[in-house]
Design a protein around this ligand. Structure first.
Ligand code: G3I
Length: 373
């Protein structure tokens, strides 16, 4: 009879060698961060399992390939500040520790957003909506606490995330309604105040505005340009704009992506590609509004087909060719995730597959930069 102990002795070497084999993220491949050195930083959004050691294979990919790190969720308001008098620092601390230990530039995401913000944020103890002044005070307290805690450690913050609608006007969020008080002159106030407070909390931190579909919708990109111009006209610090670039196999087209990079760079800020992925399912909504899409709605039974993988590689080739063409304006390219299984969308959106292996798309990205060098 095979005893439990004997089974462990037989199986342990097998599981160990398997996990080492899959954990290397393509041990024979060049590192992305080395391949793009001298052009721009290259990174990923990291989840809690990666930074806490529960997904060591994903961590191995990140350590080998990335020199910048964004926290995928743990710095969002509802996760880091779930109750008025309660901050949950531990996961965010782990993220910053992980990035520092592995020589990655840490990026904070995000301070003011209409998603993942608790209901209490906008209400007083009796449940009534806050006044403009009270909400500004609450916003200031949050930003001073979060940015202040990581002062000198987080290189740059997504200060305001996704404030624009697709038509380039401001989204009708509680931030806008309460702080803007329905007045045209005050419409940018919640954005301006967030940047002001972030700068006060860490005068050396870079400050960014971040949004999706800037690369596909000209009006929306123009709306982001207007935000930058407004902040600059008030003498406020803004260092960069993040084009999230949640893409698809047939979008964005090259021309509109180049338009967005050029238009944003012309305002004098750095452009960052902050949330890169390519969904393989071709039908359906194209933006990144989390209330409209998720893993299920973007799942793709053809994702692993050779034909799909070739198309994915071609689209990544096109995107990275554009990034390299505009490398003087682009300071960072960050993938939104590390490998397909833990991506926020379904299909096959990243460079590493569900088993941590580099895909054709990985080789395509390396080829683009090797041909350039
Ligand atoms: O923290 C709760 C946990 O307590 C609960 O048990 C669990 C049950 O579902 O949910 C957990 O929260 C989830 C959170 O991720 C952390 O894992 C939310 O339900 C889930 O909606 C959330 O999704 C994230 C989404 O933003 C909303 O914050 C995605 O992982 C993240 O990839 C996505 O990222 C956004 C960027 O921040 C901004 N741009 C668009 C991008 C894609 O939507």
């Amino acid at each position: 009879m095979v005893t439990k102990k004997l089974l462990i002795v037989i199986l342990l070497p097998l599981t160990t060698s398997w996990s080492v084999a899959i954990g290397t993220g393509g041990s024979d491949k060049p590192a992305l961060k080395d391949a793009f050195a001298g052009h721009f930083l290259i990174g990923g959004a990291f989840n809690r399992n990666l930074v806490s050691g529960k997904d060591p294979n994903a961590a191995a990919i990140a350590i080998k390939h990335f020199n910048t790190a964004t926290s995928e969720n743990d710095m969002k308001w509802s996760l880091i500040h779930p109750q008025p008098d309660q901050y949950n620092w531990e996961p965010a601390d782990r993220f910053v520790d992980f990035a520092e230990k592995n020589n990655m530039v840490p990026i904070g995401h995000c301070l003011v957003w209409h998603v993942q913000v608790p209901r209490w944020t906008f209400r007083d103890d009796s449940g009534n909506l806050l006044t403009r002044d009270a909400l500004l005070a609450r916003m200031k307290d949050h930003i001073m606490s979060v940015v202040g805690r990581y002062k000198g450690r987080i290189k740059g913050w997504d200060v305001v995330n996704e404030a624009l609608k697709d038509d380039g006007t401001l989204r009708n969020s509680r931030w806008l309604r309460i702080i803007g008080e329905g007045s045209e002159e005050k419409q940018y106030d919640f954005i301006a105040k967030a940047f002001e407070y972030a700068h006060q909390a860490d005068p050396n931190a870079e400050l960014y505005y971040n949004d999706y579909s800037l690369d596909t919708k000209k009006e929306k990109c123009d709306g982001a340009v207007a935000i930058v111009k407004h902040l600059k006209s008030k003498g406020l610090r803004i260092d960069g704009v993040g084009i999230q670039l949640h893409s698809g196999l047939d979008y964005p087209d090259k021309e509109s992506l180049e338009y967005s990079i050029a238009a944003l760079a012309a305002t004098g800020v750095k452009v960052m590609i902050t949330e890169l992925d390519i969904r393989t399912r071709t039908r359906g909504y194209r933006g990144a509004d989390i209330s409209r899409i998720n893993r299920q709605s973007t799942s793709d039974s053809n994702a692993a087909d050779d034909e799909t993988q070739q198309k994915l590689a071609q689209k990544y080739t096109e995107l990275f060719s554009v990034f390299l063409k505009h490398k003087n304006d682009i300071s960072r390219v960050t993938f939104w995730g590390v490998y397909d299984r833990t991506s926020w969308i379904g299909g096959s959106p990243l460079l590493f597959d569900r088993n941590y292996q580099p895909k054709q798309a990985f080789d395509a990205v390396i080829n683009v930069v090797q041909n350039e060098n």
